[in-house]
Design a protein around this ligand. Structure first.
Ligand SMILES: NC(=O)c1ccc[n+]([C@@H]2O[C@H](COP(=O)([O-])OP(=O)(O)OC[C@H]3O[C@@H](n4cnc5c(N)ncnc54)[C@H](O)[C@@H]3O)[C@@H](O)[C@H]2O)c1
Length: 247
């Protein structure tokens, strides 16, 4: 019960990683404020539906949530539908930045007054991606994820005096609905992508949730401003390169 009685705000609560986070947070004893575009099917202590790409909706939702203290924010909503630079047109740039950077930044900043001075401190955990660390496709999405890593470091540095810790988890590929369109185009995509991962498998939504829970919990009380890859070793080294040069 690492977060017993703590009020935790979770965005993207209805998605693949969000569902695993909901389960992990409930098991940790948290009071969860679930946020998503549509929350009707989500079982939570509080539910707040808004489109995080809409700044006015996002600010209004944050103001309602911030009427009571917030101990933890897990900023998880995100995604992309665009893989390469050719397909990254102006609409894709604006959309991926709005969803993965602007929405998360506006929302987290608006919650700060409710997160300052909490007993035992407060924590923000941003679900970024290995794409924010190195380039694996989806240029605008990757730029937005790199931006949110910088944002988390800014919060860690400037808000630490108010007891707030801010950290990032950077997942590698995770089999969630985010991959549905790619899987429809290439049915064997997971087998092919798995070959790039040193552990010989992808990470699960529960493994990402566990890392986020750790960073949100008192077990990480001395940790702030960090980026934790949860990527089965992808960013540790280049396995296909090693296989080629040692053949
Ligand atoms: N699945 C992966 O391979 C992977 C890898 C690295 C990082 N991530 C990141 O993990 C997070 C969760 O991804 P997932 O795989 O669970 O994806 P998902 O598509 O299963 O879930 C995304 C969630 O975000 C919500 N969302 C999307 N647009 C929204 C909007 N405009 N307003 C409000 N909510 C919105 C969706 O409704 C959904 O609940 C994302 O930030 C994603 O970028 C995923």
């Amino acid at each position: 019960m690492m977060l017993a009685g703590k009020r935790v705000v979770l965005t993207g609560a209805g998605g693949g990683i969000g569902t695993a986070l909901m389960a992990a947070l409930k098991a940790a004893g948290a009071h969860v404020v679930a946020c998503d575009r549509d929350c009707a099917a989500i079982e939570a202590d509080e539910r707040v539906a808004f489109d995080i790409t809409d700044v006015a909706q996002t600010e209004a939702a944050a103001a309602r949530i911030a009427a009571a203290p917030v101990d933890v924010l897990i900023s998880n909503a995100g995604g992309t539908r665009v893989d390469g630079i050719e397909a990254t047109d102006t609409a894709a740039i604006l959309h991926d930045m709005a969803l993965n950077f602007t929405g998360a930044a506006v929302f987290s900043r608006a919650l700060l007054p409710a997160m300052r001075g909490r007993p035992g401190g407060s924590a923000a955990v941003f679900v970024a991606s290995v794409n924010g660390i190195s380039h694996f496709g989806s240029p605008a999405y990757s730029s937005a994820k790199a931006g949110i890593i910088a944002w988390a470091r800014a919060l860690a540095t400037e808000e630490g005096r108010h007891g707030l810790r801010a950290n990032v988890v950077a997942p590698g590929s995770v089999h969630t609905p985010a991959w549905d369109a790619r899987k429809a185009r290439q049915p064997d995509i997971f087998a092919r992508v798995t070959a790039l991962y040193p552990l010989g498998r992808l990470v699960s939504p529960a493994e990402v949730a566990n890392a986020a829970l750790f960073l949100a919990s008192p077990a990480a009380s001395g940790i702030t401003g960090t980026v934790l890859p949860v990527d089965a070793g992808l960013t540790g080294g280049n396995l296909p390169f090693i296989d080629i040069i040692s053949a």
